[in-house]
Design a protein around this ligand. Structure first.
Ligand SMILES: *Cc1c(COP(=O)(O)O)cnc(C)c1O
Length: 359
């Protein structure tokens, strides 16, 4: 079985973790500071605040931006559930816009019609590692005085116009094992705003002002030094990981773009895709048949995502009745195939031959 995702862990990470375990500082200490500093340097943001996972990064980012009850946050329904749930956690309401079918990301042309007096923020997701149309979204944010929060959980190292994703608004990253880099569980917020940085650090740690004094409601969303030690090793290798992902994607697209029953991911000028996923669109309702074939051939795959958020029982129960044509179509057509950096040449060849062999 060729897995859809595989974290690249070597003796480097194992030794770094052992060192932390033997140091006695196994919760949050200096390794976390070091990792935050290196991550903000890498992204090109002034500050970074680590969290226990990507979901808590989104949650803290929203709270630090003052989002709560009575507010609306415009986002996409074609994403992992944590994107919109984090808005619900704060008491605010996620408002969904449809996607651009070419990029699977928020369609900026549809944003303005969803803005109301209650709108506080726009939260694009850089889905599959493909940067969203940040320039257009940013302009709308500025025109309407809205906050930009980037769900960059799938886009570590991706660039828009030469600038890293996560450095435009408040950036939120996940280090779950399937992502482009991992810390086991972990997350990070990036920002250029000192006040927001200080708020986020506080909310992550029980809202503690100084030891055992609290002026805001906070959480225990801290990252540990054990996780940070893994993250430091992974960050050193991220550029290499992403380069290999792009090379694998290029290999696929060169051959698969010749097949008429599918569409390969699109590449746009000014956008550097980091291929968290390599996602095909299967036409003519043939996805089920292809899934069966992949299973038989021992090729891992993923459907990200089979049911858009506005169609989930949780959201139906909350009263959501949206009709999002492109989102719903994409959910029926997409399939992601392995693109991770541990793939061998023979495996890539085997996967391509599978698709070429289909009539
Ligand atoms: C993975 C992911 C998250 C959540 O991150 P966790 O670390 O799993 O909590 C949020 N948004 C998107 C788009 C993701 O892919």
């Amino acid at each position: 079985m060729i897995p859809i995702a595989k974290p690249s862990i070597t003796t480097e990470e194992i030794e770094a973790v052992s060192e932390v375990l033997l140091s006695g500082n196994i919760a949050q200490s200096k390794k976390v500071d070091e990792f935050e500093k290196q991550f903000s340097d890498y992204i090109g943001s002034d500050y970074a605040v680590s969290t226990s996972n990507g979901t808590t990064a989104l949650h803290v980012a929203l709270l630090s931006n003052g989002i709560g009850k009575g507010h609306e946050v415009i986002t996409t329904s074609f994403t992992f559930v944590a994107t919109a749930n984090s808005v619900l956690f704060t008491g605010a309401k996620p408002v969904f816009v449809d996607i651009d079918p070419n990029s699977f990301n928020i369609d900026p042309c549809l944003l303005e019609e969803k803005i109301t007096k209650k709108t506080k923020a726009i939260m694009p997701v850089h889905l599959y590692g493909q940067p969203a149309n940040i320039k257009e979204i940013n302009e709308i944010c500025q025109d309407h005085n809205l906050i930009l929060i980037e769900d960059a959980a799938q886009a570590h190292g991706a660039k828009y116009n030469g600038k890293k994703i996560g450095s435009f608004g408040t950036g939120c990253f996940s280090f779950y094992p399937t992502k482009n880099m991992t810390t086991s569980e972990g997350g990070m917020i990036t920002t250029n705003n000192k006040l927001l940085y200080e708020k986020a650090k506080k909310i992550r740690n029980h809202g503690q002002e100084k030891r055992y004094y609290y002026d805001t409601l906070g959480f225990n969303f801290r990252m540990t030094d054990i996780c940070a030690a893994i993250g430091i090793c992974q960050l050193r290798k991220l550029e290499e990981f992403n380069k290999t992902r792009r090379k694998n994607a290029e290999f696929y697209s060169k051959r698969l773009s010749k097949l008429d029953y599918l569409e390969c991911p699109k590449i746009f000028p000014k956008k550097e895709h980091v291929f968290h996923q390599y996602t095909l669109r299967i036409k003519n309702g043939r996805r089920e048949e292809i899934i069966k074939g992949l299973e038989k051939a021992g090729i891992g795959y993923g459907i990200y995502y089979p049911k858009p958020l506005h169609k989930q029982p949780l959201y139906i129960e909350l009263g959501y009745k949206d009709k999002l044509k492109e989102t719903e179509k994409a959910a029926e057509e997409v399939i992601s195939i392995p693109v991770h950096p541990s793939l061998k040449k023979e495996e890539l060849e085997y996967i391509v031959s599978f698709f070429e062999g289909l009539k």
